[in-house]
Design a protein around this ligand. Sequence first.
Ligand code: COA
Ligand code: AMP
Length: 635
Amino acid sequence: MTSRYREVYDGWLKDPEGFWGEASKNIDWIKPADKVFDPDAGIYGRWFVGAQCNTCYNCVDRHAEGGRGDQHALIYDSPITGAQQKFTYSQLLDEVSALAGVIRDLGVEKGDRVIIYMPMIPQAVFAMLACARIGAIHSVVFGGFAPKELATRIEDAKPKAILTASCGIEPGRTVEYKPLLDEAIELSSSKPDACLVFQREQAIASMIDGRDRDWADAVAQAKADGSRAECVPVEATDPLYILYTSGTTGQPKGVVRDNGGHMVALHWTMKNIYDVEPGEVYWAASDVGWVVGHSYIVYAPLLHGNTTIVFEGKPVGTPDAGVFWRVIAEHNVAAMFTAPTAFRAIKQVDPKAELIGQYDLSNFRTLFLAGERADPDTIQWAEDNLKVPVIDHWWQTETGWTIAGNPMGLGALPVKHGSSTVPMPGYEIHILDEANNQVEAGKIGAISVKLPLPPSCLPTLWNADERFRESYLEEYPGYYKTADAGYLDEDGYVYIMARTDDIINVAGHRLSTGGMEEVVAAHPDVAECAVIGIADQLKGQIPAGFMVLNAGVNRDPSEIEKEVVGLVREKIGPVAAFKLVLAVPRLPKTRSGKILRGTMRCIADGEDYRTPATIDDPAILTEITDALKERGIPG
Ligand code: COA
Ligand code: AMP
């Protein structure tokens, strides 16, 4: 089949409002928009201005009422606990409307914020949808973040209530969430009125009188009393959620997602990008704490009437490297979405993919990868062994959906390893140089999206319009700065090569090295430091720290290194995977005092580099090389 991509993309380019107006017909609106796009509203314009809607209604009620009541909406598969549970759309409506009643009765109203700090259990999805139902703005925080990171988010979002579970389960350990939450609330000056705690049998949380409520009891009571909440109409431009993501400092950015544009764009992607029909099973193996989880575990599949899977496990070790194939076969998955790192983990343990043969994958059609660069080796391995198209696609927390991909539902375009294929309708991608000029095909530059951004993209940062402008709009006037560098080839294919800021990507998780530097520098024995991302075979990148100790410190440097590693785990969380820090005599700098992080990264990765002409003392590069060699880097 020849691809309709070009025709569809050109159609959007000619008439963006007509394109999104047509796509919006797949959503049930309470009141239609006055304008599909209003260029004068918001910071760069707003989508579906004047429309009223409810995201939960579109994800749940309309399917429960409209012939999908008995279809599975959600399958919970937890190889880490051995549990499995299935919920039809009718059952999902029952759970969500009762929970929404409970949250409402905690005093949460339209526009109030609710933080959700939960593991991968169905209740996390119920919580997000219940907030959407009553017009509350949820902010999900990933379980691998430490109390201080959670506290920063509580401080910024000022939630009226926090929803949590007693624990998450990681291989070999139970992570008790409740003490972490209690500590975070202690650290924050903003305090929630109430916490709703889902008790899991693996660890029972102790409760604080007057503040904490038992989730299961409260929901059972709401069901018995019939005190369910109905869907509250919200403006299409009202926020659905805030998702904090790493910025260039320790202060995370609160990415705001609205209700209307988000539904329209996400619904469009399910057929056109992922090529699934309503009723089919769609699986994103991620976590609800990340944007992939928000968009493709929760909202998009449910908006489209698919069955989604909540998977509580790891690609390897729960119990083995065949668990992905088991889930695909057992639940009849049509399309799967995960991060390349998951496939690298499987490939490391089962390089010949011997476990695949034990499962019937005949109904599995496509594997989608995103979150980090998909290295050609991993794509090739997956293609050879799964014998289905393996599709890389590029996006960000800020957009909530694909910027560049291969729209399988429009007819696949040829795959080029190393490229995430072509811009999706909505995105006009230009590669710019420092003077804001477009560079020619094949030349690397700043990947930028011509304004306005399409529906679902962030209209601003939570309570921080100025930071939004500064971070994304100021450097290249008229464009959104993606902070990714890369190029377009002569066929218009997009290649993502590197970040232009201090963000690194560890196992598909986005982290700020600047944030880690703030923690390392806070150790009393550290005079100055640098944290960089270095190549890692499994996680893509891992952080490596370099620190210069204060004059007069004569403790064993290895002790200080251990303390610093512990500090980063304590302040940011295990998700940072910060395990390597070296005490060095000096850091390489330019004569104006800028630390040469890029050169250090080349040394650590074993890449060729040119000694910068502006370097203060070239001998320091040899010192860094020797310090790394002592730790077997590059290995
Ligand atoms: N709650 C608490 N701790 C968590 C956690 C959570 N929800 N998730 C991860 N952690 C901890 C892990 O236990 C680990 O701790 P450790 O240092 O004590 O071992 C640390 O955070 C790092 O976790 P992770 O990055 O998951 O590394 P890992 O070595 O446990 O597993 C992979 C590596 C590749 C198997 C895993 O990262 C993975 O499955 N990734 C692919 C899918 C994905 O989630 N992508 C995200 C965006 S699409
Ligand atoms: P996040 O906001 O956590 O989704 O991270 C977004 C960043 O991850 C992007 O800015 C890229 O740097 C990187 N990224 C995401 N998808 C891809 C991809 N397919 N190829 C290369 N990098 C990617």
